[in-house]
Design a protein around this ligand. Sequence first.
Ligand code: NI
Length: 249
Amino acid sequence: MIDTHSHVYEEEMPNYKEIIEECKNKDISMIINGVDNKSNKEIVDLANEYDNVYPAIGLNYDQIDYFDDKDLEDLEELIKSNNVVALGEIGLDYYWTKENSEKQVYFFKKQLELAKKYDLPVIVHSRKASQEVFDIIKESGVRKGSMHCYSGSVEMAKEFIKLGFKIGIDGPITYSNNVKGIELVKEIPLEYLLLETDSPYLAPEPNRGLQNSPLNLIYIAEKIAEIKGISADEVIEKATKNAKELFNL
Ligand code: NI
C-alpha cells in the first residue's frame, strides 16, 4: 500500500520514526509532503534513510507570509540534488484568509513552473479556491498530479481528471453523512483515485480524533470498496498502480 499524502516528520509527529518503521514492517510506503524548506530538507533526509519513504517537497499556503524568492531558490536546489517524486504540497487556501491571495498565487505559479521544468507531478491543496486552482494549473501546462484531499464537486473532479490529474481520498470518506464524498467515490472510476491519509490529521473511523498515520490507510480502502461494491484488495491493487504510475515509484 502507498499513502500518497502524509506529514510523517518530526514537527508534526514526534513518533514519526516508529511509525515509518512499523509501516515498513507492514509493507506500507508513503509519500511525505513538506510545507516549507525546513520540513522539505527533513523529508529528503528521511527518504535517504528509509526505502518506504518518498519525498514530495513544496512551499505551502500556511507559511506563505514568511516566504520570499530565496525559498524558491532553495527549493530548486533540493529538487536538483535529491530523488524528489513530486512538488507538494502546493496550492491555494482561501478558507482562513483571502488577504494574502496575491502571494499565494505567486508561489503556486512559481512552483508549477518548477514542476514543469523538472517534469515532476504536483500534489495540490485547494480549499475554497477550486476554479482558480483549475485555471492556474490549466494555464501552467502541468498535466500530472493529484488533487489532495479533494472536497469539490464531481463535475470539477472530472475537469481535473481531463487535465491529467488524479483524485486523493482521505479519512473523511469514512465519516457518517459524508454524502458528497460517497457520491464522488461512486462517480469517479477507480483508475483515477489515490489513497492518502494526510497524517497526522483527518484520522478515519474507527480512529477518528486520534493521531492519524499511514497505518490507517486500510480503513479508507475498505470504505471505498464498500461504496463501489468491490473488494478492498482490488481497491488497494489499483490505487497502488495509480500511485506508482503517477509518481514514477
Ligand atoms: Ni497535507
